[in-house]
Design a protein around this ligand. Structure first.
Ligand code: PLP
Length: 385
C-alpha cells in the first residue's frame, strides 16, 4: 500500500499528544465550570489554566481571553461597530484587506454599506498607501488584517498597519489564526487591539477558538447572550475538554515553535527547489516574507481539481488554495486580489507542512508531482498537435 503523506496542515492539523491527554483527562470531569461546588471548581481550574496558557502565548492578560466555538466565531465576535481604544471614539465602519479569510470578509456585525476593502499588492501584501487614503476618508474605522494568509502564507506588515490605524483613531483586529505556532508574535509586537486564534491549526481540537483583547479595548458586546460566561462576552457553558486541549496544544506549540519553524523552512525549501524544476511553474508570494510551511503554486495547463486528485492518488493530501466547504474548487479571491486572472486563480495548489513532516514526505510529494507534471506536458502536446 502507498504510504499516505499529509501536506494540508493549513486546513487543519493532527491532534498533539499533549492536547489529546489533556482532553482525555477533562472528559472524566463531570462539573460545570460555572458551578460553585467542588466538581464545578475542578472544571473551572482546567478552563482557567488554558486561559493562562493562551494569554501568555500572545502576551495578553487572562481576563482578556474570550474562548469561542472556533476561529470563525472569534472573528465574528471581534467585528462590531462601537469598539474603541480607551477614551477614543467608537468605530463606525470596517476596513478589511482583500485577502482576508471568508469569516472576516463576511464583516461580522457591520452592515454591507459600512465595509470597505483595502487593496493588496501583486505579492498579496496590504497596500499601505490605499489603507492610509481610506483611513483619512471618514469616521474612525475598525481595520481587520490577517497576520499570515492561509493560501499564500504571505505575512502582512501588521505593525506598520497598526501605526496608521492608531494615528487615525482606529482599532486594529488581527486574524492570527494561520500564523499562530508558525512564527513568533505577541500583542505588543503587532500593536494589535484584538487577536483571533483557533485551536485546530496548532494541534488542538477542532471547534475551539479565542479572541484576545489588548488592555484598554472597550465596547465589545457578546454575540451569544444568556448566561454570563466569559465575563459576559460569550454566553454558553464552556467546552471544557476542547479548551483544555487548546491550552495544552498552545503550550506545546510555543515550546516547539523555534525548532519546528526551522525544520519546516528547510523542508519547504527542498520542496520548492524540486517544484521549480518544472518549466513555467509559479510560486505565489515568494518575493515577500512568508510562513515557513506554505507553498502555493500553479503550473501551465494545471487544473487544481485534477492536481489535487492526482496528488491524492499518489498518496499525498494537498488542497487547492481555495477549497471551500463544499469541496468544490472556487476561484481564489486571494489570487484575484493579487491581480491574477481566472485560469491561475482556479489552478493553484497549496502544499502546507507541519511539525511531523519528514524529508521522505517531501520527496514522495515531489515524486507524485513529477508524475502529474508529465501528464500536463503530454496534455499540452496533444492540445497543440
Ligand atoms: N482565519 C483564517 C486565516 C483561517 O485560516 C481559518 C481556517 O481555515 C479561519 C479563520 C477559521 O477558523 P476556524 O476553522 O476555527 O473557524
Amino acid at each position: 500500500m502507498t504510504p499516505r503523506v499529509y501536506l494540508d496542515w493549513n486546513a487543519t492539523t493532527p491532534l498533539r499528544p499533549e492536547a489529546k491527554a489533556a482532553m482525555e483527562a477533562a472528559w472524566d470531569l463531570s462539573g460545570n465550570p460555572s458551578s460553585v461546588h467542588s466538581e464545578g471548581r475542578k472544571a473551572r481550574r482546567l478552563v482557567e489554566d488554558a486561559r493562562d496558557a493562551v494569554a501568555k502565548a500572545v502576551g495578553g492578560r487572562p481576563q482578556d481571553v474570550v474562548f469561542s466555538s472556533c476561529g470563525t466565531e472569534a472573528n465574528a465576535l471581534a467585528l462590531m461597530p462601537g469598539l474603541r481604544r480607551g477614551a477614543g471614539a467608537p468605530v463606525m465602519r470596517l476596513l478589511v484587506s482583500a485577502v482576508e479569510h471568508a469569516s472576516v470578509l463576511a464583516g461580522g456585525r457591520f452592515g454591507a454599506d459600512a465595509i470597505g476593502t483595502i487593496r493588496v499588492t501583486g505579492s498579496g501584501v496590504v497596500d499601505l498607501d490605499d489603507l492610509r487614503a481610506q483611513l483619512n476618508e471618514g469616521a474612525p474605522a475598525l481595520v481587520s488584517v490577517m497576520l499570515a494568509n492561509n493560501e499564500t502564507g504571505a505575512i502582512q506588515p501588521v505593525a506598520e498597519v497598526a501605526e496608521l490605524v492608531h494615528a487615525a483613531g482606529g482599532v486594529l483586529h488581527v486574524d492570527a489564526i494561520q500564523a499562530f505556532g508558525k512564527i513568533p508574535f505577541d500583542l505588543a509586537s503587532l500593536q494589535a487591539d484584538l487577536l483571533s486564534l483557533s485551536a485546530h491549526k496548532i494541534g488542538g481540537p477542532k471547534g475551539v477558538g479565542a479572541l484576545v483583547l489588548a488592555e484598554g479595548v472597550q465596547g465589545l458586546e457578546a454575540l451569544l447572550r444568556g448566561g454570563g460566561q466569559e465575563l459576559g462576552r460569550r454566553a454558553g457553558t464552556e467546552n471544557v475538554a476542547g479548551i483544555a486541549g487548546f491550552g495544552a496544544a498552545t503550550r506545546a506549540a510555543v515550546a516547539a515553535l523555534k525548532a519546528d519553524a526551522a525544520r519546516m523552512r528547510g523542508l519547504r525549501d527542498r520542496l520548492e527547489n524540486g517544484l521549480r524544476q518544472t518549466p513555467g511553474l509559479l510560486i505565489f508570494s515568494d518575493d515577500v516574507k512568508r510562513l515557513p510551511n506554505t507553498v502555493l503554486f500553479a503550473a501551465p495547463g494545471m487544473k487544481a481539481e485534477t492536481a489535487v486528485i492526482g496528488f491524492d492518488l499518489g498518496g499525498v493530501a494537498v488542497s487547492s488554495g481555495s477549497a471551500c466547504s463544499s469541496g468544490k474548487v472556487q476561484p481564489s479571491h486571494v489570487l484575484a486580489a493579487m491581480g491574477y486572472h481566472s485560469d491561475l486563480t482556479q489552478g493553484a495548489v497549496r502544499l502546507s507542512l507541519g511539525w511531523s513532516t519528514t524529508e521522505t514526505d517531501v520527496d514522495l510529494a515531489l515524486k507524485a508531482w513529477r508524475k502529474l507534471a508529465n501528464t500536463l506536458v503530454k496534455g499540452e502536446r496533444r492540445n497543440t498537435a
